[in-house]
Design a protein around this ligand. Structure first.
Ligand SMILES: Cc1cc2nc3c(=O)[nH]c(=O)nc-3n(C[C@H](O)[C@H](O)[C@H](O)COP(=O)(O)OP(=O)(O)OC[C@H]3O[C@@H](n4cnc5c(N)ncnc54)[C@H](O)[C@@H]3O)c2cc1C
Length: 429
């Protein structure tokens, strides 16, 4: 392990929220670092545009980040906090000790997956996951892709895939017409959202958008060949090469939980200045609510300013945040999961794909802990990141407390971290 890195403000997560937080803190004169587990900054939305053709908005933030002298630690994943003010992170080469006075958690969100027969077949992918693979070079031209699940990400992904030559026969959105209509009304005073929707409508011409429909099964021998959907209560089979499927987003709250931040209804609780219940720990972006890039950017700026003791400047952004929060609430109402989705899995359908645990084996358990102890559900490499939110929806289970490491790490890193944290411990356990 190299010498500890010391920061006034340390930001975990290099998406829009983290970048905005780091820029604001550094521009106020704080010695600031930003850590992200990907090779380049940008988070889910800006990542691929970082090096070659940055999106205009992203480019402006990257310039400010560089000018403000923020230390960027890419391809580095934070996995433990041995003591307040100290974090352990692992890069490809080494274990790092990161010390901070103020910490900003901007760890983003991931897609939610729900099990249905055939969901583990090759070429059934997360919607954002398939988009990321295409961004990294997966050829999609001429492929037939069914996009399904729920949430605005489906439209963004369908539009991206169409732009790159895929045929998108249908977008199955489980939310009903009624909910979507109310969502559209809620956007009436958000001109940016309206113009984004119109732009999507144009790119998606030719693809059927089917509210109140969802995939009931995926079929294929070695790989996906077709999906069965329920549309207006009737089954339909659609031949396809890929299924891009995701059920809105789940916040990444494992690190905030490890740090003792209070969680309510699955989100990190923050005050007006984005301060969590843990001293000197702030949180911004999707871990506090799923509200799109505008909310992430605004919360990031408020957290960065507040962490740099510029509360007065942060307060000037409160009205902007309030507007973006209205959008987050509208999203939450519109894309609530319907009860029918709880009935898709058959007894043999895998719920925990890391440990091969089927739906039938979980049904007799009363809660997450019992299921974990008896079936190993949630104990594989993803540590419940996929099956946790699925079982929460299917069975109303609340996941257990979080223990380090929050991500799988090399045994060597764990051992070194342990020795550094407990120098007198002879490793008796
Ligand atoms: C798969 C996916 C695809 C999406 N695609 C689109 C899209 O095409 N268009 C759109 O408008 N919106 C998209 N979104 C939504 C978009 O991510 C949000 O609107 C917003 O940009 C989130 O910004 P953020 O900074 O809060 O989080 P993110 O952009 O998610 O950034 C969080 C970052 O923190 C990193 N991180 C998390 N934990 C750690 C750790 N312990 N150590 C180090 N790094 C860590 C993550 O890897 C990530 O890079 C997508 C979301 C997902 C999940």
């Amino acid at each position: 392990m190299t010498n500890p890195h010391q920061f006034d403000v340390l930001v975990i997560g290099g998406g829009p929220a983290g970048i905005a937080a780091a820029v604001c803190a550094a521009e106020c004169g704080s010695r600031t670092g930003i850590v992200d587990d990907n090779p380049s900054l940008g988070g889910q939305i800006w990542r691929s545009s970082t090096e070659h053709s940055p999106a205009t908005e992203a480019a402006e933030w990257y310039v400010r980040l560089q000018k403000a002298g923020v230390t960027v630690l890419s391809a580095t994943r934070v996995f433990d906090q041995p003591a307040p003010g100290v974090l352990f992170a692992e890069s490809c080469e080494e274990l790092l000790e990161l010390r901070y006075s103020k910490l900003i958690l901007a760890t983003g969100a991931r897609e939610r997956f729900l099990p249905f027969p055939g969901w583990t077949l090759p070429n059934v992918m997360g919607a954002g996951g398939l988009q990321a693979m295409v961004k990294s070079g997966l050829p999609i031209r001429g492929k037939r892709v069914v996009v399904a699940g729920t949430g605005p990400l489906l439209l963004a992904v369908a539009s991206y895939l169409k732009d790159h030559g895929a045929e998108v026969p249908i977008i199955c959105e489980q939310a009903s017409y009624g909910r979507l209509a109310r969502f559209a009304i809620a956007l009436w005073n958000q001109p940016t959202k309206i113009s984004q929707s119109l732009q999507l409508k144009r790119t998606l011409s030719g693809a059927t958008f089917a509210p109140g429909s969802w995939v009931t099964a995926a079929h294929g021998r070695a790989t996906l060949e077709s999906v069965m959907i329920s549309r207006a209560g009737r089954p339909e089979t659609i031949p396809c090469d890929y299924l891009a499927c995701g059920f809105h987003l789940v916040p990444n709250i494992e690190l905030p939980q490890l740090l003792g931040c209070q969680i309510r209804s699955g989100f990190v609780q923050v005050d007006n200045l984005q301060q969590t219940s843990s001293a000197n720990v702030f949180c911004a972006g999707e871990p506090t609510s799923i509200g799109g890039i505008e909310l992430s950017l605004t919360e990031g700026q408020i957290a960065g300013l507040a962490a740099a003791d510029r509360a007065d400047e942060a307060r000037k952004l409160f009205s902007e945040r309030k507007k973006a929060q209205r959008f987050a609430r509208a999203l939450d109402r519109a894309f609530q999961l319907r009860h029918d989705l709880k009935k898709l899995a058959a007894p043999e359908t895998l719920v925990c794909r890391c440990e091969d645990v089927g739906f039938g084996r979980l049904q007799s358990h009363k809660g997450w802990r019992s299921a974990k102890l008896h079936t190993r559900c949630g104990m594989g490499p993803c540590q419940g990141r996929i099956c946790g939110p699925a079982t929460q929806f299917l069975f109303d289970w609340t996941p257990d407390s979080v223990r380090p490491p929050v991500f799988p790490v090399r045994v060597e890193s764990m051992a070194t971290a342990r020795t550094a944290a407990h120098p007198t411990d002879k490793g008796s356990e």
